[in-house]
Write a protein that binds this ligand. Sequence first.
Ligand code: ADP
Ligand code: MG
Length: 724
Amino acid sequence: MSGNQTRLQAIDIITNRQPTAVDKPKALGKIWAEDVFNLQKMEEALSKNAFKAIKKTVQTGTALDSATADVVAAAMKDWAIGKGVKFFSHIFYPMTNITAEKHDGFIITNSDGGAITEFTGSLLIKGEPDGSSFPNGSLRMTNAARGYTAWDPTSPAYIMHTENGATLMIPSVFMSWTGEALDKKIPLLRSNSAMNDAAQKVLSLMGEEEIATLNSSCGAEQEYFLVDENFANARPDLLLTGRTLFGAPSAKGQQFDDHYFGAIPARVQVFMQDFEDTLYKLGIPAKTHHNEVAPGQFEIAPYYEAANVAADHQQLLMTVMKSTAKKHGFLCTLHEKPFAGINGSGKHVNWSVGNSTQGNLLDPGSTPHSNLNFLLFCGAVIRGVHKYGPLLRAVVATASNDHRLGANEAPPAILSVYLGEQLENVYKDIQAGKIATSATGGLMDLGLSQILHFERDPGDRNRTSPFAFTGNRFEFRAVGSSQSVSGPLVAMNTMLADSLNWIAEKLEAALAGGAEKSVAVISVLKELMELHGNAVFGGDGYSEEWHKAAVEERGLKNIPTTADALPIYHDQSVIDLFDKTGVFSPIELESRYEVYAEQYILTIDVEANLVSDIATTKIYPTAVSYLSELGLTSSSMADLGIELDTSLTISIATETNSMMAAVAELNDAIAKEDFADTEAHMHFCAETILPLMATVREHADTLEGLVADELWPLPKYREMLFIK
Ligand code: ADP
Ligand code: MG
């Protein structure tokens, strides 16, 4: 079947399509976490002592002793087998944004040839996948490419059901034999602990006596697009890269804003219900869902959880979302910019830190004392965004997110922090020395009373800021929809740890000099704002004035592409930050640079090859066959003495030639191999290959508007976005 027939047939099929039948929604209480081996299930299955030990591990991250591990493993196996499970898998998170798993059976045979099941503590705690095919950057040299996985007991095991049966999944860390982190989980755990150490120091200096372990929390809002599979299957670009490499804009796009928060289409609604029921069974607290700005775009936001669990759940959510979409006849693309000219998808990462004794430290609280704590922690974030803004840019740097950042729909590639008018004024007053400290040294009123009555107004938010305070948390909006939230969380926790360490040092000195506590806090914050207040910005982040002022007046960096952003991993300040906090050794950090750079280059390489392929084998043949049709018509008309206007024919011929000339240039560029280093290669991708791909596309998209609709081989934007 030729491409255009597939396309026309797809329209026909979709028009008559009914929602996939699913089970009636069940009561939440009936299905919630039914597939999760959580604390509640452990309590039912374990002795009092064993439960006490595992609970302590889960809640504080202390090591699990081997006796308890054996008991937990046996209980976990029995529970899973009781639910029809035959296999288990350590699930882990390599440095790419994917999730990896290796399945093993519980089965072993005994001497009589009978089959029995076995699952010991050591199998639970340690598995040995052959890590050789996972990208591990320079770590490849140091560990002979093998790695092992170990259960992270702070993240519960669960059962994953697929068409082919059920598997017990064990969330795990992945490391080399020499102890280097090969994954995204270990750094996150380490960053939490660095943040906890630093926060403990500050809180002790503030006179807190009982201080529970601090943890970071994360609530991630996930945007995504659904495209009917009949269209997607006819779009090799969507299938292979998650985005359209060609496609003229639809006459109607998102200009009416009529999709946003509009009624959810019936088929999508059925998909969402099915998807969310699966999430509930897996103990993932899906909370809100709605249409997004672009047609065909939607959002799901689970309720926030401990960052480590939230990160695992986020990965699981992406997997379940894609497979459920498939079941409902959709391709779910998490690409940051599937359609040119239409809003892209992000993943807002809401983040806060707190514990059970002091609560959320990014919540202003209701007493002057908790307000001082809040001012310090929030100040620490301001310093972090200023000092490590380029790092925050680097951790969201991917080939796909580059299409979104900096365009007028997503946060700019300049990192600043939005506080809201009221809070911004408090910090400005502190910086200007306007918050007077009273002579007697008692709690000052001016300023602090302002925050006491701090109003949380989520409606009054600056959507143009990449990093915004939203009342009791910060929202990092530059994160891409396809990304793991781990990298951003690691950066945020670590920059916070660094800032809290800085604050602790200054505070300690001020207190040792005899300053009263509130006086000491204000003086530290004054210094902090003088050094780092430039990152605070409440205006329009999309505006041209800001792009100019940020760089020229405030000294902030505008980092447009991944090629510019990734080398930030080589900055001495970044190497020191991670080394000092124990989050990444220099060699671990370097391996991240290598893996991310390789991913960037590979992504663009695949896209470039596909652009060349589609232009040559789909668009060119369509254009020339239409040209030949026009030519034949023209000459048969001429035989009748009728002169047909040839301007359309000429335009098509010209565009076709120009497109193929650009394809030839692109092919030459793809073939280039000699690069001084990875950085030079990345810049070549950004500055030569991508523009050439854009040129090919420009001509192809023009042709789309000239060639007869019935011949066009690729489903069009208006079809993919509007036919559901
Ligand atoms: P909006 O779309 O207005 O930004 P949503 O309600 O869709 O907000 O999403 C906000 C996200 O922030 C949710 O995942 C929510 O659970 C999460 N969140 C709320 N409070 C906190 C907090 N203290 N720390 C981290 N995340 C939080
Ligand atoms: Mg949000």
